[in-house]
Ligand binder design. Structure first.
Ligand SMILES: Nc1ncnc2c1ncn2[C@@H]1O[C@H](COP(=O)(O)OP(=O)(O)OP(=O)(O)O)[C@@H](O)[C@H]1O
Ligand SMILES: [Mg+2]
Length: 260
């Protein structure tokens, strides 16, 4: 039987009272794809990710993650995917080893597999020999890689990262993206939200959200080309618009960000 597409979403909607945070959003994500999720604060990125990770029940619309239904199979989805929340999920007062083992317990990773995964995480995060250190004392870049490691301790094929590099320095961010790229090459699907436009360039496709709606969905290159066409600029003389310019123009054409 063919493997189901990692993410399929049709008209997915989430309301809080009479406020619509996510408004009839539709898209699909392919295996091994790095799918970037952009949009101003309050656009609905985290709310969408929470519906796809089984943390929040959609109000309307349909969706499947690894072939599992976002309405009826939320617990199965949570066990199957990796999720790094906008606020790191690590316990600051625990040691590095205690955090790793705690997540192992949550995801049913034990025994020799846990030992192997622990070694892998420590190596990936460059924290070998530091297992006994208290997590809260680590520099942010290390915490971030440890949080990534614990989120994928069970080796999920689909990974959701909600602003994973927020506040991390450029060198640590680049290293983080090298890891993401490696996962993608091994067939892992990565769904990632970011406010950093240089990171958006690393994504295979970008979805741009504004006021709960999906307002653009394409490769970084095609988004830039489309923007140049809309501006009527001569491609032989004018430099192509940056993703930052694309992003700002698209949001402004849609009537600005939230709070409007
Ligand atoms: N539990 C909730 N109850 C009421 N409103 C909510 C709730 N969660 C989110 N919202 C609202 O939904 C909208 C979308 O929020 P969301 O967190 O999804 O945005 P975001 O795109 O992730 O923004 P940011 O870039 O700041 O992380 C916001 O207006 C937010 O205030
Ligand atoms: Mg968010």
């Amino acid at each position: 039987m063919a493997e189901p597409r990692p993410v399929v979403v049709e008209e997915l909607t989430r309301r809080f009272g009479d406020f619509t945070a996510v408004d009839r959003v539709s898209f699909q994500v392919g295996r091994g794809e790095i799918f970037g999720f952009l949009g101003p604060n309050g656009a609905g990125k985290t709310t969408t990710i929470k519906m796809l990770t089984g943390l929040l029940e959609p109000t309307e619309g349909r969706g499947w993650v690894a072939g599992l239904d976002v309405h009826g199979q939320r617990r199965e989805i949570r066990a199957r995917i990796g999720y790094m929340s906008q606020r790191f999920s690590l316990y600051p007062d625990l040691t590095i080893r205690e955090n790793i083992d705690l997540f192992g317990g949550l995801y049913g990773v034990a025994g020799t597999r846990l030992e192997a995964r622990r070694r892998w995480i420590l190596e990936m995060a460059e924290l070998q020999g530091q297992e006994g250190s208290v997590t809260g004392t680590l520099p942010l870049g290390f915490k971030q890689r440890l949080a990534l490691g614990t989120a994928i301790i069970h080796e999920p094929a689909i990974l959701f990262l909600d602003e994973p590099t927020s506040g991390v320095d450029p060198v640590a961010r680049r290293r983080f993206w090298d890891l993401i790229d490696g996962f993608s090459h091994r067939g892992v699907t990565v769904f990632v939200s970011t406010h950093y436009m240089e990171e958006a360039e690393y994504c295979h496709r970008l979805a741009l959200m504004n006021r709960g709606r999906l307002i653009a969905l394409d490769t970084p290159r095609r988004l830039r080309e489309e923007e140049a066409r809309i501006r009527g600029s001569d491609p032989s003389s004018a430099p192509p618009p940056s993703l930052e310019e694309v992003f700002i123009s698209r949001v402004e054409r849609e009537g600005g960000a939230v709070l409007g």
